[in-house]
Design a protein around this ligand. Sequence first.
Ligand code: ACO
Length: 430
Amino acid sequence: MSQRTAKISFSDSDQVIELPVLEGSMGNPVIDIRALGGQGYFTFDPGFVATASCASSITFIDGERGLLYYRGYPIEQLAQHSDFMEVAYLLLRGELPTAQQKAEFVNTVRYHTMLHDQMAVFYRGFRRDAHPMAVMVSMVGAMSAFYADSANPFDPKQRDIAAYRLLAKVPTIAAWSYKYNQGMPFMYPQNRYDYAENFLYMMFATPCEEYVPNPILAKALDRILILHADHEQNASTSTVRVAGSSGANPFACIAAGIASLWGPLHGGANEAVLKMLEEIGDVSRIGQAIERAKDKSSGFRLMGFGHRVYKNMDPRAAIMRKTCHEVLDELGLHDDPLFRIALKLEEIALQDDYFIQRKLYPNVDFYSGIVLRALGIPTTMFTAIFALARTAGWVAQWHEMVSAAEHKIARPRQLYTGPQRRDYVPIDRR
Ligand code: ACO
């Protein structure tokens, strides 16, 4: 079968460069430009809007049609029938587990949830008001100092142990960053609970009283974890891959991913949504906020609206919207002033020409922020919860990259726009 090729011709010469066109199992074909460097050209794509940085068999997104599949399974089916541990297994291993495989996986993760006790001492070095993401970046990075026996990315056994440790300990690290902030005692993980329940327990229990996680709320949290578990080559995942491409240890790579996720244009968006709703403060001021978002000179955007990839609908948003209403019903919160602002903002923006023309729909973070607030999670913890969900995807993507035969250090090139060669001028002559 003949392979498709693409030809690049130049307006000022007869030179033609022929490049192979690669077809994946789904999605856009990709022009393989690797030979271009040898011909004296680089390609220019800041923000990677048309660049496939790797081949991956983990997650598929079709932004135009609003599709998201993990290992081929539609997100809607996973959100309805699966749970986060099963999804983590699927992302990491490539197939849904059998009952026995799942039980073993859940059990192994469960028995890695406790932190090295010296890490509790580490927390005490932080200010009490440190942002949980600042603590997360440091504590996950510090795992390489505590778990050096599973830090070698080129040893398959160590890779597996690192994956278990990260999945198991990141929730403990996240919950403890909240407890530390509150000046409350750390709650050790409880093996009788499932993953989401255990996280709620570590967040909200105290040593003084019995704590029983609400199963509806634990289910809603589990769904948030499923929906945020992976999203192909987004900024934080690409960061994990770039960091890992040098052979850096898995804990350092995931810490790098957490740092990237923290930004308000990425994982910080659900926190930014709540801050924005608080700033709007009243349903009567929504119109004003929408006008500001349309005015480019204001520098203000409607947080939780728009997505780089999904241009018609974020499939996760549709699921999270439903969960949002379930949680508000369960907790009788439909009349809460902030939720009323959120629901009204959604309604008005969806009818506004500016948003319709630019295909700006509420993304998953718009609704997940509302659900997390309803669960009693403080706003500063939102991104930390996103990070613990995305750890499943980061670990799977890192694993795929380091075990690939074509593993290469990431080293992009640039379009240089600085001064040409010039001679050094001594300080007394400047
Ligand atoms: N409010 C107002 N206008 C917006 C918004 C918004 N939230 N998002 C995009 N626009 C406008 C832009 O001003 C631009 O208008 P123009 O064509 O008139 O210049 C147009 O829509 C396209 O915007 P871009 O910035 O080019 O779109 P891009 O795909 O690069 O950005 C992004 C996507 C970063 C998510 C953007 O929509 C945004 O800033 N949204 C708010 C932050 C947010 O919710 N982030 C969460 C992303 S989801 C996640 O990380 C899980």
